[in-house]
Structures are given as structure tokens and as C-alpha cells.
Design a protein around this ligand. Structure first.
Ligand code: NAP
Length: 491
């Protein structure tokens, strides 16, 4: 593996990025434009009904974000000219063949010019409708790879997956490729076409009986969880992402494919400035409830290993991995963009730091500051149920079937009590997998790659830094991530 001059790799490149309005994609776009203004062009695929809407979304949801502040300062009055020269938003949808592009000339232009493709489009909801998740995370990956095959100058195709496709929650999780048909439970065999057929049959039946949109959505969400669990995955998101990887595994071997699997991505560590984040994700959702005074407890193991990684490091790993695989045949290599092997952080530490931070800096909403309530990490199902029973004056018997994790669900999301119990149970299941995990994600492949890069080009490797072992997590949480969360993500 050779990797020594990433600036040169980026120079004069034409890169297609899907998921253009997403968190990871916009941090990557900003980074490339900031460090290598001589990149030739970035096509940003944005879900939109036409070009006008795609441009508008780019301006509002990408370039208009605070994330682009440093770039705007750098280019001053020329920023709009610079962005319009370098970025071409295109309206598309990866759930369709040809990425939903409708303009024949544009398709031909892109297939002639694009030499790097980054697939960062996905639906990241754990409890997504099965039809949507299959069409985007599974068949979307296939549609992007079909497009890659038609690009005549293709140099490298980077697909972003997630570390949690490997859903064991203990032991060392290797950077290992899926084989077609693999399941987590090792008992069932995943047949992706059968999954699609099953989803379509259910959808047709629902249409035949004239189910309402709400009923269809609810059924499809439950079907996703049911199918994921049938094969051993904890939720629809990771199951459909795993199937996406399986389809990519069937790609021709001469296609230079590389897959990066980040864990839980958090706010920027230092670039373009510390603490930038977009929207609440995974455990931050629970802590946002705590900050706002609605969530009071979490069912979890204090020693659960939380694998978190700042987004600017993930983006640097994406760029280094792309550069390293230019023109290499698909070797099936997987990179974990993770931290737990070299610098694990535990759930009780994150809870303690959050409580400490918000006791010192109470969250201020428009009605004034909110004094954080007590936040409890409840270590057994029994203590959890007892706590809920007392706190919410619910009979313990009723809770035995609920086993809720996020009390926030009880605090006003749903008015109907039985629905509350149902949703509470679901949250419990969806999060429990992660809040009880003892898995460590092996990141040897990425470490080796970065070591080679550092040996070859130490100065440049500072620009594309990725070193989770050097992070002081407490300092990062207290001084960067939590203030960033309040400023940018908690509305
Ligand atoms: N963030 C994390 O913690 C994390 C962790 C591990 C892995 N990942 C992976 O990293 C990638 C990027 O995640 P993210 O956090 O940036 O997600 P995100 O913020 O939710 O963005 C997802 C992007 O995908 C787009 N998208 C969804 N469906 C699409 C479709 N059918 N066609 C075209 N675009 C579509 C969304 O567009 P709209 O704006 O129109 O919805 C959005 O731009 C994903 O593959 C995710 O699985 C993320």
C-alpha cells in the first residue's frame, strides 16, 4: 500500500459525493475545499425534485452552515465564485438506478469526468421503515456501485458503512468482510432478494386492503425490526447497512472499492474549529433529554465500552483511505474508524462528565435555565424497573413487560399509556444493545495505513490527523463536545 501525497491525490480530482447534505459529507466537502482548493470539482448528490431545489439545499444546509465559517473567511468576497466553480449540486436519489439523475447529458458528463465516488448517503434511523431502509442502505449501495462501473475514469470508490454492522456486543470485532448470506446468529442465511420480495409482498397486501399511510409506515417499521432480529441484528439500520456491504462484496474485483466503518461519530476535535456537530445522534439523544430535564435514567452497564470518534478524524481517515486505494483492485479490505481498541471510554464516564458539565452549566431554554435532575445509570433490569415504577407511579407488574430504557419516552412523547409502554420497550431494545456492549473494534488496518502514511509523509500526515489514542476524552467531552452539542445540535 502506497500513500504519500494526499494533496496531490486531491488536486484536479472530480469527486461525486452522495448524501451531500449529511453530517459526514459536509465535513468532508469543507475539508477538501479548505486544504486543496485545486480540487477540480465536487458533484454533490442531493435529494431534491430539481436542480433549483438541490442548489437551494446546498446553500442553506451545506455552505450556509457555521461549519463553512473558516472557508468563508479565507475566500472573503470571492467565496460564492469559488463555491460555484468547485461544487456542482445535482438532484438525485440513490434508491433509484442511475442515482435518480434525469438529465441524460449530465449523466454522461459525470460518467466521463468523475474519478472518485464517495457514498455517504444513508438512512441512519434505527427504527426506519423496512422498504425505505432496504431501498437506500442496501439497494442504494448497489445503485451507486452500478454508477461507478459506468464511470470510465474511475480511480477509487469509497463506501461509508458503520462499525455496528458487526453486531456482536462482546470481544474483539475484526475488520472483516461479510460473505453473501452471512447472518449474525450464524443460524439463518440472509437472502437479500428474498428480503426485498418479502417487503414488496407486504407492501402490496397493505395497499390491497387500503391501509392508511400511517398504518403502512408503522407496519414497515415493525417489519424491519422483525427481519433484523430474525437474522441477529439489533435494528433495521445496521441490518440494511450490512446487506449493502454484502452487495458491494459481489462487485467485480477490478473495481477499486474501499469500505470505512466508523463507530459513533461526534463533534469536530479541532477542524475547522472544535465542537461543530449537526443534529443529535445515538447516545447524545439520551443526554439531550437529560439536559432538557426530560430523561432521568438509562439502562446500561457502567463498564460498557462506548466507541466514539470525532467527525474530523473520520473524514481524514476517509480521505487517506481513498488516496491509498487509487487504482487498486478490490481487496475486500475494511477499515474501522473507531477508538475502543486504543483509547476506550466507558459509559459511566460519559454519564459522569455530562452530569458534571450540566450541573456547572445548566441548559438555558427560552423560559430560563433548567436545573438538571438526578441522572441514574441503572445496572440491572430489576433496578431499572423499580426506579421507573416509583418515579412514574406505574405498577411494577406492568413494567416487567416493558423493560424501558429511555424514560424520556414516558415523559410526553406519547399520551396513550399502552403506546408509551410499547415505545419504551422498543427504545429499550434498540439502545440496550449498545449500552450493554463490551465489544472492542479492532482498527489494525487503519492504524497500519496511517503509520505508513506518517512514515512516508510526516508533515502532511498532520493535515489528515487521525489519532484517537491521543484524545483526552474528559477534556474533549467537557470543553469541546458538550458545549458544541448545546450550541449546534440542541435546538
Ligand atoms: N453519524 C454517525 O454517527 C455515523 C456512524 C457510523 C456510520 N455512519 C455512516 O456514515 C454515513 C453518513 O452518515 P451521516 O451521519 O452523515 O448521516 P446523515 O447526516 O443522516 O446524512 C445522510 C445523508 O444521506 C442522504 N440520503 C438519505 N437517503 C438518500 C437517498 N435515497 N438518496 C440520496 N441521498 C440520501 C440524506 O439526505 P436528506 O438530507 O435528503 O435526508 C443525507 O444527506 C452513513 O452511511 C452512515 O451510515 C454515520
Amino acid at each position: 500500500m502506497e500513500v504519500n501525497n494526499i494533496m496531490q491525490f486531491l488536486e484536479d480530482r472530480t469527486i461525486l459525493v452522495t448524501g451531500g447534505t449529511g453530517f459526514l459529507a459536509k465535513v468532508m466537502v469543507e475539508k477538501i475545499l479548505r486544504v486543496q482548493p485545486n480540487v477540480r470539482k465536487l458533484y454533490l448528490l442531493i435529494r431534491a425534485c430539481d436542480l433549483e431545489e438541490a442548489i437551494k439545499r446546498f446553500q442553506m444546509e451545506v455552505a450556509g452552515k457555521d461549519l463553512f465559517r473558516i472557508l468563508r473567511e479565507k475566500h472573503g468576497a470571492n467565496i460564492d465564485t469559488f463555491l460555484s466553480e468547485k461544487v456542482t449540486p445535482v438532484a438525485g436519489d440513490i434508491a433509484n438506478e442511475n442515482l435518480g439523475l434525469r438529465d441524460y447529458n449530465l449523466i454522461k458528463e459525470m460518467q466521463r469526468e468523475v474519478d472518485v465516488v464517495v457514498n455517504a448517503a444513508a438512512t441512519t434511523k434505527f427504527y426506519e421503515r423496512y422498504d425505505l431502509a432496504l431501498n437506500i442502505n442496501t439497494f442504494g449501495a448497489k445503485h451507486v456501485s452500478n454508477f461507478v462501473l459506468k464511470c470510465i475514469n474511475m480511480k477509487v470508490f469509497l463506501h461509508i458503512s458503520t462499525a455496528y454492522v458487526s453486531s456482536e456486543n462482546h470481544g474483539l470485532i475484526l475488520e472483516k468482510q461479510f460473505k453473501s448470506g452471512d447472518s449474525i446468529n450464524g443460524k439463518t442465511k440472509v437472502d437479500i432478494n428474498k428480503e426485498k420480495q418479502l417487503m414488496e409482498e407486504n407492501l402490496n397486501q397493505l395497499t390491497t386492503i387500503k391501509a392508511t399511510n400511517k398504518e403502512i409506515a408503522s407496519f414497515m417499521k415493525d417489519l424491519g425490526i422483525q427481519r433484523a432480529k430474525h437474522h441477529g441484528w439489533p435494528n433495521t439500520y445496521v441490518f440494511t447497512k450490512a446487506m449493502g456491504e454484502m452487495l458491494l462484496g459481489e462487485l467485480r474485483k477490478d473495481v477499486p472499492l474501499v469500505i470505512l466503518r466508523p463507530s459513533m461519530v461526534t463533534s469536530t476535535y479541532k477542524e475547522p474549529f472544535p465542537g461543530w456537530i449537526e443534529n443529535l445522534r445515538t447516545f447524545d439523544t439520551v443526554f439531550a433529554g437529560y439536559i432538557k430535564g426530560t430523561a432521568t435514567c438509562l439502562r446500561g452497564d457502567p463498564d460498557c465500552i462506548m466507541d466514539i470518534v470525532p467527525v474530523d478524524m473520520v473524514v481524514n481517515a476517509m480521505i487517506v483511505a481513498m488516496a491509498a486505494h487509487v487504482n487498486h483492485p478490490n481487496s475486500g479490505i475494511i477499515y474501522h474508524g473507531t477508538s475502543s481498541a486504543s483509547n476506550p471510554v466507558k459509559l459511566h464516564q460519559i454519564v459522569d462528565w455530562s452530569v458534571e458539565y450540566f450541573t456547572k452549566h445548566p441548559y438555558i431554554n427560552k423560559d430560563g435555565s433548567i436545573k438538571p435532575r438526578d441522572f441514574k445509570l441503572l445496572t440491572s433490569d430489576r433496578s431499572f424497573q423499580k426506579y421507573i415504577a416509583i418515579h412514574y407511579k406505574v405498577p411494577l407488574k406492568a413494567l416487567k413487560i416493558a423493560n424501558m430504557l429511555v424514560c424520556q419516552a414516558l415523559d410526553g412523547l406519547y399520551t396513550d399509556f399502552s403506546r408509551k409502554l410499547q415505545i419504551g420497550t422498543l427504545f429499550s431494545d434498540l439502545f440496550k444493545h449498545y449500552s450493554l456492549s463490551k465489544a472492542i473494534y479492532d482498527d489494525s488496518n487503519l492504524k497500519n495505513l496511517l503509520n505508513i502514511y506518517k512514515e512516508n509523509a510526516d508533515d502532511e500526515a498532520q493535515v489528515f490527523f487521525f489519532n484517537t489514542s491521543s484524545i483526552n476524552w474528559k477534556d474533549y467531552y467537557m470543553n469541546t463536545h458538550l458545549p458544541g452539542l448545546v450550541k449546534y445540535a440542541i435546538k
